[in-house]
Design a protein around this ligand. Structure first.
Ligand SMILES: [Zn+2]
Length: 385
Protein backbone atom coordinates (compact mmCIF):
# COMPACT_ATOMS: atom_id res chain seq x y z
CA UNK A 1 0.00 0.00 0.00
CA UNK A 2 1.32 3.46 -0.85
CA UNK A 3 2.01 5.78 2.03
CA UNK A 4 3.38 9.03 0.62
CA UNK A 5 2.77 10.02 -2.99
CA UNK A 6 5.88 10.65 -5.03
CA UNK A 7 6.27 13.77 -7.13
CA UNK A 8 5.27 11.92 -10.23
CA UNK A 9 2.14 10.69 -8.54
CA UNK A 10 1.22 14.16 -7.35
CA UNK A 11 1.55 15.41 -10.92
CA UNK A 12 -0.50 12.51 -12.10
CA UNK A 13 -3.40 13.43 -9.86
CA UNK A 14 -3.59 17.09 -10.86
CA UNK A 15 -7.01 18.03 -12.17
CA UNK A 16 -9.10 15.53 -10.28
CA UNK A 17 -12.61 16.83 -10.53
CA UNK A 18 -16.14 15.54 -10.39
CA UNK A 19 -18.15 15.92 -13.57
CA UNK A 20 -21.76 17.05 -13.47
CA UNK A 21 -23.26 16.44 -16.86
CA UNK A 22 -26.15 14.58 -18.41
CA UNK A 23 -28.13 14.62 -21.62
CA UNK A 24 -30.07 17.87 -22.07
CA UNK A 25 -33.20 17.89 -19.93
CA UNK A 26 -32.03 15.15 -17.60
CA UNK A 27 -31.31 15.70 -13.94
CA UNK A 28 -29.83 12.38 -12.84
CA UNK A 29 -28.73 9.08 -14.36
CA UNK A 30 -29.04 5.33 -13.91
CA UNK A 31 -26.40 2.82 -14.99
CA UNK A 32 -26.14 -0.87 -14.22
CA UNK A 33 -23.13 -3.14 -14.58
CA UNK A 34 -22.61 -6.87 -14.11
CA UNK A 35 -19.24 -8.46 -13.27
CA UNK A 36 -17.58 -11.84 -13.73
CA UNK A 37 -19.07 -12.83 -17.06
CA UNK A 38 -17.26 -15.59 -18.95
CA UNK A 39 -18.30 -18.75 -20.88
CA UNK A 40 -18.73 -20.99 -17.80
CA UNK A 41 -21.80 -23.21 -18.10
CA UNK A 42 -23.83 -25.26 -15.66
CA UNK A 43 -21.52 -28.14 -16.68
CA UNK A 44 -18.50 -26.16 -15.45
CA UNK A 45 -17.67 -25.17 -11.87
CA UNK A 46 -20.46 -22.62 -12.18
CA UNK A 47 -22.56 -20.88 -14.79
CA UNK A 48 -21.39 -17.38 -15.65
CA UNK A 49 -23.03 -16.65 -19.00
CA UNK A 50 -22.11 -19.74 -21.00
CA UNK A 51 -25.66 -21.09 -20.91
CA UNK A 52 -26.69 -17.88 -22.66
CA UNK A 53 -30.46 -17.24 -22.56
CA UNK A 54 -31.04 -20.42 -20.53
CA UNK A 55 -28.72 -19.21 -17.78
CA UNK A 56 -28.14 -16.00 -15.87
CA UNK A 57 -27.94 -13.85 -18.99
CA UNK A 58 -31.57 -14.85 -19.55
CA UNK A 59 -32.50 -13.09 -16.32
CA UNK A 60 -30.77 -9.94 -17.53
CA UNK A 61 -32.65 -10.18 -20.82
CA UNK A 62 -35.88 -10.37 -18.85
CA UNK A 63 -34.99 -7.19 -16.99
CA UNK A 64 -34.07 -5.44 -20.25
CA UNK A 65 -37.38 -6.51 -21.74
CA UNK A 66 -39.31 -5.22 -18.73
CA UNK A 67 -37.58 -1.82 -18.83
CA UNK A 68 -36.97 -0.55 -22.35
CA UNK A 69 -34.92 2.41 -21.06
CA UNK A 70 -32.46 0.23 -19.17
CA UNK A 71 -28.92 -0.09 -20.53
CA UNK A 72 -26.34 -2.59 -19.32
CA UNK A 73 -22.58 -2.76 -19.07
CA UNK A 74 -21.26 -6.31 -18.88
CA UNK A 75 -17.73 -6.78 -17.57
CA UNK A 76 -16.31 -9.83 -19.32
CA UNK A 77 -13.06 -11.61 -18.44
CA UNK A 78 -11.19 -12.63 -21.63
CA UNK A 79 -9.67 -15.86 -20.24
CA UNK A 80 -11.18 -16.57 -16.85
CA UNK A 81 -9.12 -18.96 -14.69
CA UNK A 82 -10.52 -18.63 -11.16
CA UNK A 83 -12.42 -21.60 -9.74
CA UNK A 84 -12.80 -20.40 -6.15
CA UNK A 85 -11.95 -17.05 -4.56
CA UNK A 86 -10.98 -18.83 -1.33
CA UNK A 87 -7.27 -19.42 -0.63
CA UNK A 88 -7.48 -22.96 0.73
CA UNK A 89 -4.32 -24.72 -0.41
CA UNK A 90 -1.80 -25.95 2.16
CA UNK A 91 0.84 -23.60 0.77
CA UNK A 92 -1.01 -20.72 2.35
CA UNK A 93 0.83 -21.49 5.60
CA UNK A 94 4.29 -21.32 4.05
CA UNK A 95 5.90 -17.86 4.17
CA UNK A 96 7.52 -16.59 0.94
CA UNK A 97 6.09 -19.47 -1.10
CA UNK A 98 2.47 -18.51 -0.42
CA UNK A 99 2.93 -15.18 -2.17
CA UNK A 100 4.27 -16.86 -5.30
CA UNK A 101 1.77 -19.63 -6.01
CA UNK A 102 -1.96 -19.81 -6.59
CA UNK A 103 -3.61 -20.60 -3.29
CA UNK A 104 -6.77 -21.97 -4.84
CA UNK A 105 -7.38 -24.28 -7.76
CA UNK A 106 -7.28 -22.52 -11.11
CA UNK A 107 -8.29 -23.45 -14.64
CA UNK A 108 -5.57 -24.03 -17.27
CA UNK A 109 -5.01 -21.08 -19.57
CA UNK A 110 -7.31 -21.11 -22.56
CA UNK A 111 -10.14 -23.14 -21.00
CA UNK A 112 -12.46 -20.11 -20.81
CA UNK A 113 -10.68 -18.03 -23.45
CA UNK A 114 -13.60 -16.41 -25.25
CA UNK A 115 -11.89 -17.04 -28.62
CA UNK A 116 -12.70 -20.70 -28.00
CA UNK A 117 -16.37 -19.97 -27.29
CA UNK A 118 -17.79 -18.34 -30.42
CA UNK A 119 -21.44 -18.99 -29.53
CA UNK A 120 -20.99 -17.12 -26.27
CA UNK A 121 -19.40 -14.19 -28.11
CA UNK A 122 -22.13 -14.18 -30.75
CA UNK A 123 -24.80 -14.15 -28.04
CA UNK A 124 -23.25 -11.21 -26.22
CA UNK A 125 -23.02 -9.32 -29.49
CA UNK A 126 -26.77 -9.67 -30.00
CA UNK A 127 -27.86 -8.56 -26.52
CA UNK A 128 -29.91 -5.37 -26.83
CA UNK A 129 -28.81 -2.10 -25.18
CA UNK A 130 -25.72 -3.81 -23.81
CA UNK A 131 -22.09 -2.75 -23.92
CA UNK A 132 -19.14 -4.98 -23.06
CA UNK A 133 -16.09 -3.81 -21.12
CA UNK A 134 -12.99 -5.45 -19.69
CA UNK A 135 -12.83 -7.31 -16.41
CA UNK A 136 -9.12 -8.17 -16.10
CA UNK A 137 -7.37 -10.89 -18.04
CA UNK A 138 -7.56 -14.09 -15.93
CA UNK A 139 -9.18 -12.79 -12.71
CA UNK A 140 -6.59 -14.50 -10.49
CA UNK A 141 -3.44 -13.64 -8.58
CA UNK A 142 -0.93 -15.53 -6.49
CA UNK A 143 -1.20 -15.13 -2.73
CA UNK A 144 -4.12 -14.69 -0.39
CA UNK A 145 -6.09 -12.14 -2.43
CA UNK A 146 -6.98 -14.62 -5.14
CA UNK A 147 -9.33 -12.32 -7.07
CA UNK A 148 -7.35 -9.07 -6.97
CA UNK A 149 -5.61 -9.44 -10.31
CA UNK A 150 -3.68 -6.17 -10.27
CA UNK A 151 -1.70 -5.88 -7.04
CA UNK A 152 2.00 -5.12 -7.12
CA UNK A 153 2.69 -5.31 -10.83
CA UNK A 154 4.62 -2.50 -12.45
CA UNK A 155 3.03 -0.23 -15.00
CA UNK A 156 4.52 -2.14 -17.95
CA UNK A 157 3.27 -5.47 -16.63
CA UNK A 158 -0.23 -4.03 -16.12
CA UNK A 159 -0.17 -2.58 -19.62
CA UNK A 160 0.90 -5.95 -21.03
CA UNK A 161 -2.00 -7.71 -19.33
CA UNK A 162 -4.50 -5.12 -20.52
CA UNK A 163 -3.14 -5.26 -24.06
CA UNK A 164 -3.52 -9.03 -24.02
CA UNK A 165 -7.10 -8.69 -22.77
CA UNK A 166 -7.92 -6.26 -25.58
CA UNK A 167 -6.24 -8.53 -28.14
CA UNK A 168 -8.37 -11.50 -27.04
CA UNK A 169 -11.53 -9.39 -27.24
CA UNK A 170 -10.64 -8.20 -30.74
CA UNK A 171 -9.63 -11.61 -32.06
CA UNK A 172 -12.85 -13.12 -30.69
CA UNK A 173 -14.99 -10.57 -32.52
CA UNK A 174 -16.61 -9.34 -29.31
CA UNK A 175 -17.88 -5.76 -29.56
CA UNK A 176 -16.48 -3.78 -26.67
CA UNK A 177 -15.81 -0.35 -25.24
CA UNK A 178 -12.62 1.00 -23.68
CA UNK A 179 -13.52 0.60 -20.02
CA UNK A 180 -12.19 -1.51 -17.16
CA UNK A 181 -13.54 -2.95 -13.92
CA UNK A 182 -10.41 -4.19 -12.14
CA UNK A 183 -11.01 -7.66 -10.60
CA UNK A 184 -11.14 -7.29 -6.82
CA UNK A 185 -11.84 -3.52 -7.21
CA UNK A 186 -8.27 -2.32 -6.62
CA UNK A 187 -6.87 0.20 -9.09
CA UNK A 188 -3.43 1.37 -8.03
CA UNK A 189 -1.35 4.01 -9.70
CA UNK A 190 0.49 1.57 -11.99
CA UNK A 191 -2.82 0.26 -13.31
CA UNK A 192 -4.21 3.78 -13.76
CA UNK A 193 -1.15 4.66 -15.82
CA UNK A 194 -1.31 1.41 -17.76
CA UNK A 195 -4.91 2.16 -18.72
CA UNK A 196 -3.68 5.29 -20.39
CA UNK A 197 -0.91 3.36 -22.16
CA UNK A 198 -3.37 1.01 -23.86
CA UNK A 199 -6.17 3.49 -24.52
CA UNK A 200 -8.59 2.52 -21.77
CA UNK A 201 -10.67 5.63 -21.14
CA UNK A 202 -12.47 4.84 -17.91
CA UNK A 203 -12.43 2.60 -14.84
CA UNK A 204 -14.93 1.62 -12.18
CA UNK A 205 -12.86 0.82 -9.13
CA UNK A 206 -14.57 2.30 -6.08
CA UNK A 207 -17.58 0.63 -4.54
CA UNK A 208 -19.26 2.39 -1.65
CA UNK A 209 -22.69 1.24 -0.57
CA UNK A 210 -22.44 2.61 2.96
CA UNK A 211 -21.43 6.28 3.00
CA UNK A 212 -24.50 8.52 3.39
CA UNK A 213 -25.60 10.17 0.15
CA UNK A 214 -24.67 13.77 -0.58
CA UNK A 215 -23.37 15.65 -3.60
CA UNK A 216 -19.93 15.80 -2.01
CA UNK A 217 -19.79 12.21 -0.77
CA UNK A 218 -16.42 10.51 -1.26
CA UNK A 219 -15.85 6.79 -1.49
CA UNK A 220 -14.39 4.95 1.50
CA UNK A 221 -15.06 1.26 0.97
CA UNK A 222 -13.72 -1.05 -1.79
CA UNK A 223 -11.16 0.04 -4.39
CA UNK A 224 -10.25 3.71 -4.79
CA UNK A 225 -11.11 5.87 -1.82
CA UNK A 226 -11.64 9.60 -1.84
CA UNK A 227 -13.28 9.81 -5.26
CA UNK A 228 -16.78 11.09 -5.92
CA UNK A 229 -19.43 8.58 -4.95
CA UNK A 230 -22.11 10.16 -7.14
CA UNK A 231 -20.40 11.68 -10.17
CA UNK A 232 -17.89 10.71 -12.85
CA UNK A 233 -14.48 12.04 -12.01
CA UNK A 234 -11.29 12.42 -13.99
CA UNK A 235 -8.66 10.71 -11.83
CA UNK A 236 -5.82 11.15 -14.29
CA UNK A 237 -5.37 12.72 -17.71
CA UNK A 238 -7.62 10.78 -20.10
CA UNK A 239 -8.94 8.48 -17.39
CA UNK A 240 -12.43 8.90 -15.92
CA UNK A 241 -13.69 7.03 -12.88
CA UNK A 242 -17.29 6.17 -12.02
CA UNK A 243 -18.15 4.65 -8.63
CA UNK A 244 -20.54 1.87 -7.75
CA UNK A 245 -22.97 3.08 -5.08
CA UNK A 246 -25.84 0.58 -5.02
CA UNK A 247 -26.37 -3.19 -4.92
CA UNK A 248 -28.89 -5.82 -3.82
CA UNK A 249 -28.33 -5.08 -0.14
CA UNK A 250 -29.03 -1.36 -0.56
CA UNK A 251 -32.36 0.17 0.47
CA UNK A 252 -34.47 1.82 -2.24
CA UNK A 253 -34.24 5.09 -0.32
CA UNK A 254 -30.54 5.16 -1.16
CA UNK A 255 -31.40 5.06 -4.86
CA UNK A 256 -33.89 7.91 -4.48
CA UNK A 257 -31.44 9.97 -2.42
CA UNK A 258 -28.80 9.58 -5.14
CA UNK A 259 -31.22 10.60 -7.88
CA UNK A 260 -32.59 13.49 -5.78
CA UNK A 261 -29.01 14.73 -5.41
CA UNK A 262 -28.65 14.72 -9.19
CA UNK A 263 -26.14 11.88 -9.06
CA UNK A 264 -25.57 8.70 -10.97
CA UNK A 265 -27.29 5.69 -9.50
CA UNK A 266 -24.63 3.09 -10.31
CA UNK A 267 -25.95 -0.41 -9.68
CA UNK A 268 -23.70 -3.45 -9.46
CA UNK A 269 -24.45 -7.14 -9.87
CA UNK A 270 -22.34 -10.28 -10.19
CA UNK A 271 -23.49 -12.78 -12.78
CA UNK A 272 -23.12 -15.85 -10.51
CA UNK A 273 -24.84 -15.92 -7.15
CA UNK A 274 -22.94 -18.90 -5.76
CA UNK A 275 -19.36 -19.86 -6.56
CA UNK A 276 -17.28 -22.46 -4.69
CA UNK A 277 -16.67 -21.10 -1.20
CA UNK A 278 -18.48 -17.80 -1.68
CA UNK A 279 -21.95 -16.30 -2.17
CA UNK A 280 -22.27 -12.94 -3.91
CA UNK A 281 -24.84 -10.82 -2.08
CA UNK A 282 -25.44 -9.03 -5.38
CA UNK A 283 -25.55 -12.21 -7.46
CA UNK A 284 -28.04 -12.28 -10.34
CA UNK A 285 -30.99 -14.36 -9.17
CA UNK A 286 -34.78 -14.11 -9.21
CA UNK A 287 -34.89 -12.05 -6.02
CA UNK A 288 -32.40 -9.42 -7.14
CA UNK A 289 -34.00 -9.11 -10.56
CA UNK A 290 -37.38 -8.87 -8.87
CA UNK A 291 -36.07 -6.11 -6.60
CA UNK A 292 -34.60 -4.13 -9.49
CA UNK A 293 -37.77 -4.58 -11.54
CA UNK A 294 -39.80 -2.93 -8.79
CA UNK A 295 -37.18 -0.31 -8.10
CA UNK A 296 -37.08 0.67 -11.77
CA UNK A 297 -40.89 0.86 -11.81
CA UNK A 298 -40.71 3.29 -8.90
CA UNK A 299 -37.96 5.36 -10.52
CA UNK A 300 -39.97 5.59 -13.73
CA UNK A 301 -43.05 6.73 -11.80
CA UNK A 302 -41.25 9.21 -9.57
CA UNK A 303 -38.91 10.85 -12.04
CA UNK A 304 -40.42 10.20 -15.47
CA UNK A 305 -38.30 11.61 -18.28
CA UNK A 306 -35.83 13.35 -15.95
CA UNK A 307 -33.63 10.26 -15.75
CA UNK A 308 -30.83 9.57 -18.20
CA UNK A 309 -30.83 5.77 -18.50
CA UNK A 310 -27.38 5.36 -19.93
CA UNK A 311 -24.14 3.37 -19.83
CA UNK A 312 -20.80 3.80 -18.11
CA UNK A 313 -19.07 4.30 -21.44
CA UNK A 314 -21.45 7.02 -22.56
CA UNK A 315 -21.09 8.88 -19.28
CA UNK A 316 -17.32 8.56 -19.26
CA UNK A 317 -16.86 9.61 -22.88
CA UNK A 318 -19.41 12.44 -22.84
CA UNK A 319 -18.22 15.84 -24.08
CA UNK A 320 -17.92 17.25 -20.56
CA UNK A 321 -15.94 14.26 -19.37
CA UNK A 322 -13.26 15.12 -21.93
CA UNK A 323 -13.30 18.86 -21.36
CA UNK A 324 -11.63 20.78 -18.53
CA UNK A 325 -14.63 23.04 -17.80
CA UNK A 326 -15.03 21.72 -14.32
CA UNK A 327 -14.73 22.91 -10.79
CA UNK A 328 -11.28 22.48 -9.28
CA UNK A 329 -11.17 20.74 -5.99
CA UNK A 330 -8.52 21.23 -3.34
CA UNK A 331 -6.71 18.51 -1.54
CA UNK A 332 -8.13 15.76 -3.63
CA UNK A 333 -6.12 12.62 -3.98
CA UNK A 334 -7.36 9.27 -5.15
CA UNK A 335 -5.97 6.63 -2.87
CA UNK A 336 -5.87 2.93 -2.96
CA UNK A 337 -7.14 0.57 -0.30
CA UNK A 338 -6.48 -3.13 -0.24
CA UNK A 339 -9.17 -3.95 2.25
CA UNK A 340 -12.89 -3.88 1.73
CA UNK A 341 -15.67 -3.85 4.22
CA UNK A 342 -18.57 -6.23 3.91
CA UNK A 343 -21.98 -4.69 3.59
CA UNK A 344 -24.09 -4.72 6.67
CA UNK A 345 -26.37 -7.70 6.64
CA UNK A 346 -29.77 -6.29 7.34
CA UNK A 347 -32.48 -8.90 7.23
CA UNK A 348 -36.10 -8.16 6.51
CA UNK A 349 -39.07 -10.18 5.41
CA UNK A 350 -39.71 -9.99 1.70
CA UNK A 351 -42.54 -11.17 -0.47
CA UNK A 352 -41.16 -13.43 -3.21
CA UNK A 353 -42.68 -12.39 -6.48
CA UNK A 354 -42.38 -15.72 -8.21
CA UNK A 355 -43.44 -18.18 -5.55
CA UNK A 356 -45.60 -15.96 -3.36
CA UNK A 357 -43.66 -17.16 -0.34
CA UNK A 358 -42.30 -14.82 2.28
CA UNK A 359 -38.55 -15.09 2.40
CA UNK A 360 -35.85 -13.80 4.70
CA UNK A 361 -32.97 -12.19 2.87
CA UNK A 362 -30.26 -9.69 3.59
CA UNK A 363 -31.45 -6.64 1.79
CA UNK A 364 -33.65 -3.65 1.26
CA UNK A 365 -35.49 -1.91 4.02
CA UNK A 366 -39.03 -1.53 5.18
CA UNK A 367 -39.77 -0.57 1.56
CA UNK A 368 -39.35 -4.13 0.38
CA UNK A 369 -41.66 -5.51 3.00
CA UNK A 370 -44.36 -3.03 1.97
CA UNK A 371 -44.34 -4.27 -1.62
CA UNK A 372 -46.99 -6.94 -1.26
CA UNK A 373 -48.86 -6.61 -4.55
CA UNK A 374 -48.82 -9.82 -6.59
CA UNK A 375 -46.70 -10.35 -9.64
CA UNK A 376 -47.87 -8.77 -12.87
CA UNK A 377 -45.72 -11.18 -14.83
CA UNK A 378 -43.71 -14.23 -13.94
CA UNK A 379 -40.10 -13.44 -13.30
CA UNK A 380 -38.84 -15.91 -15.87
CA UNK A 381 -40.35 -15.81 -19.29
CA UNK A 382 -40.75 -19.52 -19.67
CA UNK A 383 -43.41 -21.58 -17.97
CA UNK A 384 -46.30 -19.19 -17.43
CA UNK A 385 -48.46 -16.49 -18.95
ZN1 LIG B 1 -14.76 -9.95 -10.64
Amino acid sequence: MRVTPKVEEAAWTVGLVPIHWYCPGKSAAVVMSVDDIFPGTSQSAYEAGGDRERGELGRLLWLLERHPQLQLTLFVTPDWRRISPVADRLWRHVPWLRDRVYLSKVLPKGTMDIRNHPEFVAFLNTMPRTEIAIHGLHHIHQGHSVSVEFQHQERAACAGMLAEAIRIFEESGLRHVRGLQPPGWDCGLALQQACRDVGIQWVTSARDIQTPVSKDAKTAMSGLSGVSMLFPERIAPNLVHISTNFQATSAPERAFDILDAGGILSIKAHISKNVPGHTHLDGVDDLYMNYLDRLFDDIEQRYGDAIDWTTLDRLATSPSASSPTLLPEEGHHATHRLSSRIAEDRRVKFFHRKTGARVDLPLFSAWAAKQSKPSRRPLRRQGST
